[in-house]
Design a protein around this ligand. Structure first.
Ligand code: GLA
Length: 389
């Protein structure tokens, strides 16, 4: 059991006395609906059985002591519940610190400190939302240790708030929502304009979900992400001069075609086209899945990738290679980049008997073209956060 190792490490570092809680929050993968969540569109993510384990204990003073088994070289990083601010030296602990800060901003001030040891089995920087997993986990732990009256949906919103306001990434709600609200065997069809959602069972008879991790270093990801977001905002402002809409998610494809000339800048027009078409594709894909039409679902995944490559321009040679090589393998139902892009990973639906060939062929072609290896994970859809002990 992984969590027992994490607890043992906690006791080594911080001692075994008092009440110690053991917790888990998943990572997530988005099946379709990319870069729609800050455009009032739909997304279709699911929580995974891989994620972040946390062992925590309340303190009597104001001190925060954090340790990650993924970054052991950083040692124990300390701060205080008073005067929380993002600091470069605080490294990954800016995520839990941000959540503690965000609870305070929402009227739930954390008055006492805590000791926390984390271990994540989500591959680092893979685009499976290790940071949102840490945020939701922290919120879940605060709720349990200090008795705050918050729902899992509140934990998602607080996590997003902390990422936007404390850590400076203008992300949408998808990642934190998928993690906080996860349900085994199901994806979440979420309307990001209203937060109305439905669970849709993922019944892939004779097929698996395979994640291909590009291992590309992220680099400029966050600034490019914020740039895409402003391009969409500019397009929306111009469209609002000619039609009465609140978000790009309000438009059908036909309406977009009718009004698109209102967007002066060609780049902004392409970004908006992706947001509108991707939202409609997501609605169609969930319908297809409900009708057991996995083939159509796969085709829509492929179309999503093309749009992210050509109109949204967030793929890059690494993700394009993984997807284009996947498309060549017989038994691949659909394949696309997932998450923010600019590196990270792809998600593919692959028939059982084709999984080995997929990993072998896509892996070899990637290594040859890119010069380093990709990693592959056959994943399962899991539940949201839990207290394990
Ligand atoms: C990142 C963000 C999400 C979402 C995706 C793109 O994962 O955190 O809010 O915008 O990118 O779909």
């Amino acid at each position: 059991m992984i969590w027992e190792d994490v607890r043992a490490r906690f006791e080594e570092l911080f001692g075994g006395e008092g009440e110690i809680g053991v917790y888990f929050a998943p990572g997530r993968v988005n099946m379709i609906g990319e870069h729609t969540d800050y455009n009032g569109g739909h997304v279709f993510p699911c929580a995974l059985t891989i994620g972040t384990y946390g062992v925590a204990r309340k303190r009597q003073d104001k001190k925060l002591r954090f340790y990650s088994m993924n970054f052991e070289q950083l040692g124990v990083l300390e701060s205080s519940v008073e005067d929380l601010k993002p600091e470069k030296e605080a490294d990954w602990t800016n995520y839990p610190k941000g959540v503690i800060w965000a609870f305070g901003e929402k009227g739930m001030k954390v008055e006492q400190g805590l000791d926390l040891v984390l271990f994540g089995n989500i591959p680092n920087g893979s685009g499976l939302s290790s940071s949102a997993s840490v945020e939701v986990l922290t919120g879940f732990i605060l709720k349990d240790l200090f008795g705050f009256d918050v729902t899992n949906q509140d934990l998602a919103l607080i996590g997003q708030y902390s990422e936007n306001k404390f850590n400076g990434v203008n992300c949408g709600i998808m990642d934190q929502f998928a993690i906080a609200m996860g349900k085994a065997g199901h994806a979440i069809f979420l309307d990001t304009a209203t937060l109305a959602y439905e669970y849709a069972p993922i019944r892939l008879e004779n097929a698996k979900i395979v994640i291909s991790c590009s291992n590309k270093k992220r680099g400029l990801g966050d600034s490019k992400y914020n740039e895409r977001r402003s391009e969409c905002e500019q397009a929306l402002a111009e469209l609002q001069k000619v039609t009465d809409i609140r978000t790009l998610g309000d438009l059908t494809e036909e309406q977009f075609e009718r009004y698109q000339d209102a967007i002066g800048d060609e780049t902004c027009r392409k970004r908006a086209r992706h947001a509108v078409y991707e939202n409609q594709r997501t609605i169609q894909a969930v319908k297809a899945l409900g009708e057991n039409d996995v083939k159509l679902f796969g085709e829509l995944m492929n179309a999503s990738h093309v749009s992210l490559r050509d109109d949204y321009e967030v793929t890059g040679i690494e993700l394009d290679t993984l997807v284009e090589e996947a498309w060549k393998v017989e038994g691949v139902i659909g394949s696309r980049m997932t998450g923010a892009g600019f590196g990270g990973c792809t998600v593919s639906i692959v028939q059982d008997e084709a999984v080995d060939a997929f990993i072998e062929r896509v892996g070899a072609a990637y290594q040859k073209k890119i010069g380093y290896a990709a990693d592959f994970y056959v994943v399962k859809i899991g539940d949201g956060p839990v207290k394990l002990a």
